[in-house]
Structure formats: C-alpha cells, structure tokens
Design a protein around this ligand. Structure first.
Ligand SMILES: [Zn+2]
Length: 256
C-alpha cells in the first residue's frame, strides 16, 4: 500500500467523497489488476471507465486492427486509428487519460494461452463477439477462481452477468450454465451480420465497468446468480434469476 500523491487525491476526489469508496476503496482500485478481453464496442467504455477510475493494471486482449466500420460504436478509437492495432491504440488512449494505469497488451485469448493470460489478474471482464472465446475465458477463470464479468449485445439488446461459481458451488452459475452449447449458426445474433445500435454497446459496456468496480470495491449486490437483460427498443431492464446447472461441464465439478 502506498500513500496517494496530491495529484491522485485531486484526480479521484469524487470517488474519495463516496462513503462506500473513500481513500481505502480508491487504493483498492489502484492495487487491482483487471483483464479486458475484447477491445471493441463493449471494451471501449469498459476500458475508458476502468482507466479513469484508476484501476492499477489493465490488460487488453485483442488481435484486430481498427476498421472504419468499428467507429460507429468503438468510441475509444478515432478515424486516424483505422488500420492500426486496437490494443496499441487502446493503450495509447489510456496513457493519455490516466498515466497512473499500467497497461499490458495480449493477443486474442485462446485455449493455449488463456490460463497463463488470466492468471496475472484479479478479475476478468469480457465483451467478445463469439462463443468459442467466451467458453475459453469462462473455463480459465473457473480454474483460477477469478471472477468474470461478461456482457453481450446484438441489435437493440444486451445482457450482463457476473460469474463466480467457486464462491458458492452448485448455487452460483458460470457462463456455460447459461449457454451449455454453442447455438447453431443461424440462431446466433452476430453484430457483424445483424447489426447493433452503437449506443447499446455503450449501455452494456458501462454497466459491465460498473459491475467490475463493485466487485473490486466489495460494494453493493453482485450480479452473480442473476442475468440483467436490456431491451433498448422498449427502454426496459429486466433481471432474471440464473441458477447453477448441476450438469454443467465447466463448473459442476466444483460442488463435488
Ligand atoms: Zn457452469
């Protein structure tokens, strides 16, 4: 634990004013290490708010370059970033926003590197666009007992939850309890094929950042065991209970 500098006290003054955060909570954020998987429409507000909040170390995992069609929703990137590496441009954005934050860039998480990548972090948050990556991250986080905040969007809708089945095995679910098998291609909502309103990624990404900060601070009610559903057309939120699946291939062994 280190004492905050006068500049840090000023930068984080509105956090420190909050009884639930204070200087101690701010120090927790500054000592925290969070991996953000996917530097896209969800990853943009996630990284922006976590960097602004002073999370001490941020990992960014992505392989893509910025494309023109990203800019409608990936608000961390500028037009002159097109063609350049997303992780590099995201790291540059964070450096300008908050030099207190240490940034690590990682390639796309896959089966071969997932365990090593997540093992350096206290918490993982993902906003990726494919089921394979979600399963890999889910599996690695369970094995390392690392909480996972997971957000997804499509068209005008989104969903969000926090997965930490190891805290209450058999009660709290993991991502695979929600989606046991990858749905057939024609039933998948994919923003490349079906579109997504840019602001929807902002809503869900910001809510994901909120859940990350709550987990790090130990404040409020976790979304673990609940799924938050956003319907942008109706302008409504719903929360449904999300139980553990006793037959889950990824987390049911935890209860044994
Ligand atoms: Zn499970």
């Amino acid at each position: 634990m280190s004492l905050m500098t006068p500049e840090q006290r000023e930068r984080y003054a509105r956090h420190i004013l909050l009884r639930e955060v204070g200087g101690q909570g701010q120090q927790k954020l500054m000592d925290a290490r969070v991996l953000v998987v996917g530097a896209g429409g969800l990853g943009s507000p996630i990284l922006q708010y976590l960097a602004a909040a002073g999370v001490g170390m941020l990992g960014i995992s992505d392989d893509d370059d910025v494309s023109l069609s990203n800019l409608q929703r990936q608000v961390m990137f500028q037009t002159d970033d097109v063609g350049r590496s997303k992780t590099d441009r995201a790291a540059a954005f964070i450096e300008r926003l908050n030099p207190d934050v240490a940034v690590n860039t990682h390639p796309r998480v896959d089966e071969g590197n997932a365990d090593e990548t997540v093992s350096n972090y206290d918490l993982v948050v993902e906003g990726v666009d494919n089921f394979a990556a979600r399963y890999v991250v889910n599996h690695a986080c369970i094995a390392r007992k690392i909480p996972l905040v997971s957000a997804a969007v499509g068209r005008f809708e989104g969903q969000l939850s926090t997965y930490k089945p190891f805290e209450q095995p058999g009660v709290l679910p993991c991502y695979r309890c929600l989606v046991p098998e990858e749905p057939p291609r024609d039933q998948q909502v994919n923003c490349a094929e079906e579109g997504v309103l840019g602001a929807v990624t902002g809503v869900l990404g910001t809510l994901a950042a909120m859940e990350v900060l709550k987990e790090l601070l130990g404040v409020g009610e976790s979304l673990a065991g609940r799924l938050l559903l956003y319907d942008g057309v109706g302008g409504t939120f719903r929360t449904i209970r999300l139980p553990a699946d006793p037959a889950c291939a990824d987390c049911s062994k935890l209860s044994g």
